[in-house]
Design a protein. Structure first.
Length: 212
């Protein structure tokens, strides 16, 4: 496989992951439901190989349970999931924000600014699913920019679980506050202030911890 083909394959797998992750986060694939690989291929609109790679990633993140000779089950939402997810995010997210503020280049800061605009537009238009998509973009940019790969590897599955938990209980009227708090994190990163970014992320985690 050439470098170009490998890059295309990885891109297809990422697109498949994004499509299936969004269906899980927005509960279109209901917790506890059984699905087949064929159904996920149809839903993602991509080929078998990239969808299989996406399934592997979602299984590693704890969002899909692979049951040999039985099928695939969308993970249930447990009664302690919110507590456990937020305990860990509260400890790790402020550090990630501080590192991103320290290391982000002009391109990353510009992309985060566009993300803030997208979130604000979703709030104005009462677009809950659009906000979650923008939040995913925010997390992806943070992951790409943070120099600590161990930290981002720990955070990635927690962020997806958090989005699903938030969507399960959120209403359109709850969008303004998290959008404002995300914008403050982005502003601190844009200013290159690790301390301010950490403090702003802590405020966001405090809010999310109580918004259930």
């Amino acid at each position: 496989m050439t470098e170009s083909q490998q890059s295309s394959s990885q891109s297809q797998a990422h697109l498949a992951y994004l499509a299936l992750e969004r269906l899980i986060v927005t509960l279109k694939l209901k917790p506890g439901s059984m699905v087949t690989e064929g159904q996920l291929i149809d839903l993602a609109g991509l080929g078998r190989t990239p969808v299989r790679e996406a399934i592997q990633k979602l299984a590693w993140q704890g969002l899909i349970v692979v049951r040999p000779r039985v099928g695939l089950r969308i993970s249930l939402i447990g009664p302690d999931d919110h507590l456990h997810v937020m305990q860990t995010r509260r400890a790790l997210e402020p550090l990630a924000a501080a590192l991103v503020a320290e290391h982000a280049g002009d391109e990353a800061r510009s992309r985060l600014t566009e993300c803030a605009k997208a979130m604000t537009a979703c709030s104005i238009n009462s677009d809950l699913e659009g906000f979650l998509a923008a939040d995913k973009t925010f997390d992806d940019i943070m992951e790409e920019t943070c120099p600590n790969g161990f930290l981002t590897a720990a955070l990635a599955p927690l962020q997806t679980h958090a989005r699903r938990l938030w969507f399960a209980n959120a209403s359109i009227g709850q969008m303004d506050r998290p959008v404002d708090l995300h914008v403050k994190v982005i502003r601190a990163i844009h200013q290159g202030s690790p301390a301010a970014a950490s403090a702003a992320m802590t405020a966001l985690m405090d809010y999310l911890d109580t918004a259930k």
